[in-house]
Design a binder for this molecule. Structure first.
Ligand code: M6R
Length: 590
């Protein structure tokens, strides 16, 4: 979703500071961007449509200023354009706001404000906010800001500056992330930590209904409903700055795929937490997973695994769970919410509702301190480090690793498997990073295959049981970064309809671990080949070659070549794999 930034301090190159902060938030949206700085009693705004890298000359000005706010947008209301780009102002350009989220009652507020004579220039929901502040202003910026915030329905992280009080930044949060980076004589505001880590490692994480008054040398946080001060903990960012840089790779996505072996190792570090949580989960009659996109496929793989052990479970997409599965949730259920960002609104709202209904709630989350981690009863961190590319790769590997471990421990707790088998499987997981390294060493072969198939306009991905999610993940990756139509099916389902689409030259990627379903997979492959489709096998001796691994761990190892394949297809099609059109990394609206 959108990325927002703010700076107040003693340095006078605010525009440059904000521009660099935006570059680290670009994964959150990149259809337009803008910066507002206060200088000589004027709010200087520069903004336009386009990616940040294309806008350097337009939005980064040399204006001398020590306070400002900035935004990179993923459009919800109003198409990407100069007028719809943030920051937005009131009629007299005295108040200026950037916003991430959706103001659900914007139409009603706009109507009310227009009747009072306010003039709007954009078609965004955000523009009502500076006009509301203007409307409430009676000599106190903070009071007007809080009154405006209280009128908003929906989700928001918003940051405002004003010429009426040019010495402070005000920020508020409800259901969209916002952090404050604490510097020495200067403070920073951002949607996420990569934007501030080059300046400070000390951060405050705002919670829902918090607002902050940010001055150069102090930050006060209050609750905007009660007006009371809120005591906040200072967190320390403990990851390395380099982790948020490309480090010689052409794209973040490629770097992150090459970090997949390390993602397995990192997820394994949480084994003690996993063991403790598994013993709690084993006491519940029903286990549900809730997640979206790639995280959902990781959850689906875990559901198949639990079922292999005779443990019933359900994996449901967040956007569906909230309106259907939620009715079956009560205190006898355990719910596992899986999310890289920990901010996905569709997943987060389900988690909150499950908690209200008394379910035991566990998170499998990457981003430390994210909203989901603060809602759940217990959390399993995957420790994958910052994932910047919009397409999730190493986080998927971390999620699948944690979920396999969790499923094994639950099965042991429920006496579905013995201690010896558990230990053997844990040893097997520890061998996966080395095997992934072998897959990555074959990158040139995969690149060559991508070159041969990059012109195709349709792909099929097929797999059975725990590798049906692998097929879904492979297909999603190619869809989102290559804009190619890709269908994923449980292999046995092809003959029930989709086979009609197979004809000469259509590529079918078949995920074929060496297990008892291999013969069935061979039959499905034969059905495709009989229609002259080109079958590319992911197997021990296939077109995408993978080392021998226990078939239960194949969802981990068999996806790495498909991540690489999608990446190189995107490159061959002349696209930017890190920033696919219409998408954003963290989807904080429902
Ligand atoms: O941050 P989350 O894991 O909750 O995100 C869920 C999805 O939005 C995400 O996995 C999305 O599908 C990715 N772009 C897939 O590559």
């Amino acid at each position: 979703m959108c990325g927002i930034a703010g700076y107040i301090g003693e340095r006078e190159n605010t525009s440059e500071i904000l521009f660099n902060m935006l570059k680290h938030l670009e994964y959150r949206g990149y259809d337009s961007a803008g910066i507002a700085c206060i200088s000589d009693d004027v709010i200087c705004i520069s903004k336009d449509k386009g990616k940040i890298s294309e806008l350097e000359d337009k939005i980064h000005s040399d204006v001398v200023s020590d306070i400002g706010i900035a935004h990179t947008r993923w459009a919800t209301h109003g198409q990407p354009s100069h007028v719809n780009a943030h920051p937005h102002t009131d009629c007299e350009e005295k108040f200026c706001v950037v916003h991430n989220g959706i103001i659900e009652n914007h139409a009603e507020l706009r109507d009310e404000l227009e009747k009072k004579g306010h003039k709007f220039t954009s078609s965004t929901d955000t523009e009502v906010i500076p006009h509301l502040i203007e409307d409430f202003y009676e000599g106190d910026f903070e009071q007007a800001f809080v009154s405006a915030v209280k009128r908003l329905r929906g989700s928001f992280a918003l940051v405002a500056v004003s010429l009426r009080d040019g010495d402070r930044i005000l920020a508020a949060r409800k259901e969209s992330p916002l952090i404050i980076g604490l510097g020495d004589g200067e403070n920073f505001i951002a949607s996420d930590t990569p934007a501030v880590i080059h300046h400070t490692r000390n951060i405050i994480i705002l919670d829902d209904f918090n607002y902050a008054v940010v001055l150069r040398d102090s930050v006060v946080v209050k609750d905007f409903q009660s007006g009371e001060c809120v005591k906040k903990e200072v967190h320390r960012i403990d990851w390395d700055v380099k982790q948020a840089e490309k480090e010689g790779f052409e794209h973040f996505m490629l770097k992150e795929i090459f970090e997949e072996p390390q993602a397995v190792r990192n997820a394994l570090k949480a084994q003690k937490d996993v063991e403790g949580i598994a013993s709690k989960l084993a006491g519940y009659g029903r286990i549900y997973f809730v997640a979206c996109g790639t995280a959902y496929y990781a959850a689906l793989a875990a559901k198949y695994l639990l079922e292999r052990f005779g443990i019933p479970s359900e994996a449901v997409l967040g956007s569906e769970f909230r309106y259907s599965t939620i009715n079956s949730i009560d205190k006898d259920c355990a719910v596992i919410a899986v999310s890289q960002s920990g901010e996905t609104a569709d997943t987060l709202v389900c988690a909150k509702e499950c908690k209200k209904k008394g379910a035991y709630l566990t998170g499998i989350v990457n981003v430390v301190g994210s909203s989901l981690t603060r809602v759940v009863d217990d959390n399993i961190h995957i420790y994958a480090g910052p994932e910047i590319a919009v397409a999730s790769t190493k986080a998927y590997i971390g999620q699948v690793t944690s979920l396999i471990m969790l499923s094994l421990f639950i099965a042991r707790e429920m006496n579905k498997i013995g201690e010896e088998y558990l230990r053997e499987m844990l040893d097997n997981i520890h061998s996966v990073p080395g095997k992934m390294g072998e897959v990555l060493a074959g990158v040139d072969e995969i690149k060559k295959l991508a070159g041969e198939y990059s012109g195709k306009e349709i792909f099929f991905y097929i797999g059975r049981r725990q590798n049906y999610p692998t097929a879904l993940e492979g297909a999603l990756k190619i869809k989102e970064i290559s804009y190619v139509h890709a269908e994923a099916y449980p292999a046995g389902e092809l003959k029930h309809g989709p086979l009609a689409l197979l004809e000469d030259g259509v590529p079918v990627i078949a995920i074929m671990p060496n297990d008892e379903l291999l013969e069935k997979m061979e039959s499905n492959v034969a059905e495709a080949e009989a229609r002259n489709a080109i079958v590319l096998r992911v197997s021990e001796d296939g077109d995408f070659r993978v080392p021998v691994v226990d078939p239960l761990l194949s969802p981990l190892l068999y996806i790495t070549p498909l991540h690489l394949f999608a990446y190189y297809i995107s490159l061959r099609r002349g696209l930017d794999p890190d920033k696919p059109r219409n998408l954003a990394k963290s989807v904080t609206v429902e």
